[in-house]
Design a binder for this molecule. Sequence first.
Ligand code: ADP
Ligand code: MG
Length: 270
Amino acid sequence: MQASVQTALSPQAGAVSGGLPKVTARNVNLWYGEKQALYGIDLDIPAQQVTALIGPSGCGKSTFLRCLNRMNDTIQGCRVEGDIRLDGDDVYAPHIDVVHLRARVGMVFQRPNPFPKSIYENVAYGPRIHGLASSKTEMDQIVQTSLERAGLWKEVSDRLHQPGTGLSGGQQQRLCIARAVAVSPEVILMDEPCSALDPIATAKVEELIDELRENYTIVIVTHSMQQAARVSQRTAFFHLGKLVETGSTDDIFTNPVDKRTQDYITGRIG
Ligand code: ADP
Ligand code: MG
C-alpha cells in the first residue's frame, strides 16, 4: 500500500531520498464555505527532519498544517478533499479516532497557551487522558522527561506546582512543547511558534527544535525566512493556496526554480 503512495508522487511533491516519508499529502484541496483556500497540494514530509512551510500571509500555510491532524474538522464550513497519510494510514479514513490522531500528530500554536493549571498538570494532562501512566511514579517520570526534552526542566523542577501561566512567554512556549511531547507524538506541528517571543526566547526554541528532530518529525510554519533557513532541512513555499516549490532548504534559498519563489525570498513579494 505504501508503494502505491510512492508511485503517486508528483514532481512538486519533492521526492525525499532515504526511506518512506512520514506524512504524504496528495492533491489536497480545501474550502472554507465557497472559498477555496488550498489547491492540489502534493507534499512529502520526511521523518526526523524539520520541514518549514513559508509564504506570504494568507497563502494557506496554517490551513495546510491543520489538515495534517484534522484540526480543520473543528471549523464550520471547512471541507477537505484529497489524500493525507501518516505512515501510509489515511488520516481522513472514517475509522480514525481524531483524539488519538492528535496525540500522534501534536501541535504547538502561535501564542503560548498553557492551561490555567500547574506546570506539572499542564504536562500530565495528556498522558492522563490517554492512560499512559499507571502510577504516580510513572507520571512523575513522564513529566520530568517531557520537561527535559523541552529544555525546561532545570528552570522549573523546583516549582512544578506553580501555575504554568506564571512563566515567561518563552518558558510558556517550551511548556507547550513539553505538553505536546508528553503523549509521545510522532509528528509535531508548530504554527509560528516564536512569533510572540523575544529574540533570546526565540533562539532557545529554535535550538530546541533542532534537538527535537532526533526523535520527532517536525513541520513548522514561519513567516521568517531566516528562521526557516536556520531550523529546517526542507522548505515548502506556498503562494495563493498553491504549493509552488519544495526542496532542500539550501536549494530553495540559494537556487529556487520558480520565479514566485525567487521573488519571495528576495523580498519582492510577501
Ligand atoms: P497563512 O497561515 O498562510 O497566513 P491561512 O491558512 O491562515 O494563511 O489562510 C489561508 C486563507 O484562508 C486566507 O485567505 C484566510 O483568510 C482563509 N481562512 C483561514 N482561516 C479561515 C477560516 N476559519 N474561515 C474562513 N477563511 C479562513
Ligand atoms: Mg498562519
